[in-house]
Design a protein around this ligand. Structure first.
Ligand SMILES: [Zn+2]
Length: 542
């Protein structure tokens, strides 16, 4: 109905009109506006107050945005959403500075769990409060019905409460397992601390999370995403657990945000069967993409490089998937019309994936396939133009550049720095660059990634003028990479990514105009509200 009316050039009466805003639409033709209106889930009109008021009727709800900044909400190209969402439900102990704070945070986290659910995670560090190791006596009173198993920062020590010791069957008579220690108090009773291999005594009795717990975690992650202005994430997991949870949540209309769910490329035949039987989902939960890996990471010296590591010259990295097998899987998945993305960090890894993509096109014929490379982190000079030429999307996560940038010079060496997170070079060469977080490896907050892309100041403050500053990009380029470019990278550019008539009303409202503020202020901008499908998904202070 809307399309028919729009075709006649007279949209129906607006349901909601948003006035008095600074709108960055994301569209090149009309980047600025001061008002817009929605009908149902869609944006129906964009313009100035006069134009929008002319489309208001008696029933139109009018929202005065009081000069706030409005833009298309963020789409994140790369998340390990389930793992990250589970971490949201664990207590933040790493920053607990006193025994009291440590105990309080554990008690608070335990109260958020259902009875009997295990409290895990933690990353506690006794050095924060002077070095006294915690025992079960510290936490029993605040965790009467919750079994607790919290690891120390270094993962070598685990703190259990009395209930967890009981469930694990650990008593004063349990012998220390080989390679592990059960720490005891002065009476010879286990004090709750298990060292190294003794952790296995409890790990074997902790049940795998139930479907309900998985779904709850994802819902919690979705609410968190909305609070950061993110209305869609691409999920790049290495199994189907998230995918199954998303299908369950979708059936209940409870996904909270939109998801594009990738499954392992090893399972492309299974995905092919699913797509043939059921299609590719909808704009809440979509699938049809597979993710593979060619190499590892820079930090672990497993990314594939043409030349050896500067600090380990005989090491060129490792294949995470044998080269021939990866090529065959890409050919197969691509021939089945599935969307293929491959994780590649090192310059040789990227070079070889570009070769495989090229070969797959030659073999399977031309079509709109939108191959992606996840990370595209370190590139050979000659490979940069290939992204544009082959229309391969560089699916990048700029926060890594300011985090790993603290030490990346050591493994890379001076002469490879020009190709590290080469965002400016890729854009200049005409490539499509998209942004995301890699949450929980980096924070989900898009403002931190945008800050990284436009300033490239490492998080240790060592490079106030930017680490490899020649790769800095403009704010609007960064915003596009986080919105319209990701809509394209998910085959949704006709529905998402812009504030324009006919698009789904996924919009974020901020207290700061990101396009004109001082660059250093971007990271501190506040999300006032997030709209998804025309409805408020998050509002500050609610
Ligand atoms: Zn990742």
């Amino acid at each position: 109905m809307f399309a028919a009316r729009a075709a006649r050039g007279a949209p129906a009466m607006l349901e909601t009109a948003y006035l008095n805003a600074v709108v960055w639409t994301g569209s090149r033709e009309a980047p600025r506006a001061s008002a817009f209106g929605t009908i149902g889930a869609r944006i129906a009109a964009v313009g100035d107050a006069a134009r929008i008021r002319a489309l208001c009727g008696k029933a139109t709800r009018i929202v005065d945005l009081d000069g706030a900044f409005v833009m298309p909400s963020f789409i994140d190209n790369h998340t390990h959403f389930l793992r990250a969402s589970f971490m949201l439900g664990t207590p933040e102990l790493r920053t607990a500075r006193t025994r009291q704070e440590f105990i309080e945070r554990i008690g608070r986290a335990a109260r958020d769990l259902r009875q009997g659910q295990w409290l895990q995670g933690g990353n506690w560090d006794e050095q924060m409060w002077g070095g006294e190791l915690p025992t079960r006596a510290w936490i029993d009173a605040v965790t009467p019905d919750t079994p607790v198993a919290l690891v120390r920062l270094d993962q070598h020590l685990m703190l259990l409460n009395t209930l967890a010791l009981k469930l694990a069957g650990v008593t004063r008579d349990t012998p220390d397992p080989e390679g592990g220690l059960i720490l005891k108090d002065e009476r010879g009773e286990p004090n709750g601390l298990l060292k190294d291999k003794a952790k296995a005594l409890v790990q074997r009795v902790i049940p795998a999370p139930s479907d309900a717990e998985i779904d709850e975690a994802i819902a919690r992650g979705a609410a968190y995403a909305l609070s950061k202005g993110v209305t869609q994430v691409h999920v790049t997991e290495l199994d189907w657990t998230t995918h199954h949870s998303l299908r369950r949540l979708r059936a209940r209309n409870a996904t909270g945000i939109r998801f594009y769910s990738f499954v392992p490329i090893e399972d492309w035949r299974e995905l092919d069967r699913l797509v043939r039987a059921e299609g590719r989902g909808d704009d809440w939960v979509r699938w049809g993409g597979v993710k593979g890996l060619i190499d590892g990471s820079l930090g672990s010296r497993t990314a594939l490089f043409q030349d050896g590591y500067a600090d380990d010259p005989h090491n060129h990295g490792l294949y995470r998937t044998p080269r021939e097998r990866l090529r065959e899987m890409i050919f197969g998945a691509d021939a089945a019309n599935l969307h293929v993305t491959i994780h590649a960090i090192g310059d040789a890894g990227n070079d070889q994936v570009l070769d495989m993509f090229e070969a797959s096109v030659a073999r399977n014929g031309a079509r709109d396939r939108r191959f992606r490379i996840e990370h595209a982190q370190h590139l050979l000079r000659e490979d940069i133009p290939r992204f544009a030429r082959q229309n391969v999307i560089a699916s990048m996560q700029p926060y890594h550049a300011i985090d790993d940038g603290r030490w990346a010079g050591k493994p890379l060496g001076e002469r490879r720095l020009h190709g590290a997170w080469a965002i400016r070079s890729l854009l200049d060469a005409g490539a499509r660059v998209t942004f995301g977080s890699d949450w929980p490896v980096a924070p989900l907050d898009p403002l931190l990634a945008i800050d990284a892309a436009v300033l490239r100041r490492t998080i240790d403050g060592a490079h106030p003028d930017g680490w490899t500053p020649e790769q800095r990009i403009d704010v609007e380029e960064a915003l596009t990479a986080y919105t319209a470019a990701n809509a394209y990278a998910g085959f949704q550019e006709d529905r998402l990514g812009l504030i324009a008539p006919g698009r789904l009303a996924d919009v974020v409202v901020l207290d700061t105009d990101l396009t004109t503020c001082e660059l250093a202020k971007i990271r501190a901008a506040k999300i006032l509200s997030t709209m998804i499908d025309g409805k408020t998904g998050f509002a500050e202070g609610l």
